[in-house]
Design a binder for this molecule. Sequence first.
Ligand code: SF4
Ligand code: SF4
Length: 371
Amino acid sequence: MTAHAPPSPAPPIGVLVELTHRCPLGCPYCSNPVSLERPAAELGTQTWTRIFTEAAALGALHVHLSGGEPTARRDIAEIVRGAAQAGLYTNLITSGVGLSEKRWSAIVEAGLDHAQLSFQGADKATNDRLAHYDSAWERKRAFAAMVTNAGLPLTINAVISRGNLHQVGAFIDLAVELGARRLEVAHTQYYGWALANRAALMPPRKEVEESIALVEGARTRLKGRLVIDMVIPDYYARYPKPCAGGWGRMAINVSPSGKALPCHAAESIPGLEFWNVRERSLAEIWRDNPAFQAFRGTDWMQEPCRSCERREIDWGGCRCQALALVGAAAATDPACHKSPHHARIAATAAAEAEADASAIRWRSYKDKVEA
Ligand code: SF4
Ligand code: SF4
């Protein structure tokens, strides 16, 4: 019998590039790794431009320019130009606090297609406290105006935790007021800094359910004016999310120093070697890196996923979450009610929702705990 190479995977739809881990904010829910990559290790402009060309040749359609804070890169306009010239749809994911009108104009002129602006709260006090940055509120509002004045579509990203869960309605009003076309009400996903701060961030189930009902009502009321997407908290879900659309299936993340990852938290799984875009092409990594193949498809699955009718819907959930909560990356994501660990995870969430929320590790290179 002839040996066959594994079939080439379908191309990724998008690439998320973490241009830098530098960020002026200190959000405790940040999904960046707790060991942030240093500025000296960041890829240069030309390498990023090559990656965009390779991504487009591979079949990717869009690039999310993220971080950290991507505009902390002085060459952000050149990076946007490289992505646009490669033919990718360009989305800037930003905290909105660091851009002058002049730098923003250069980014727009370079070919940016869309901006996604995060808010930590729907009023100044809440926003600036959770952002750990005093004038973030005014700066974000000014940035939203710059986006709409440039005629670019604006998405507001509201990351929800216990400290701002009561503001879901106000976030919806804020998005309408700022002229956003889309609002993402994203309950915190517990990776990186968010996992370290979980007990301070976890919301109570009852209030989560109320917020879901509120969003559903607003969707009907604002149909045609504002699209509202919602990410519900895993720990209270019945089924897990299809993390990254399935491991090595739809997306590639690239870290500031060039490590190509199936998802932003993948490095938390020991024993996997992630190839670097400095040394290999994106196509080679996507096709041949054993780390991308480790949980691709369904062959790696254990029960109950292996025989489940949803195995090609949610792809068994999140490998990093399975490792963090159950100790095995190939286990069923315990966010799934079929996992033998699900009841314990839900009980942990309920207990943490009652825990003291004052001790927070603000995201920073210095990693300090303050009330
Ligand atoms: S989540 Fe907050 S701290 Fe993390 S990169 Fe985004 S704006 Fe910066
Ligand atoms: S058992 Fe596995 S495949 Fe089935 S719903 Fe749960 S996580 Fe998804």
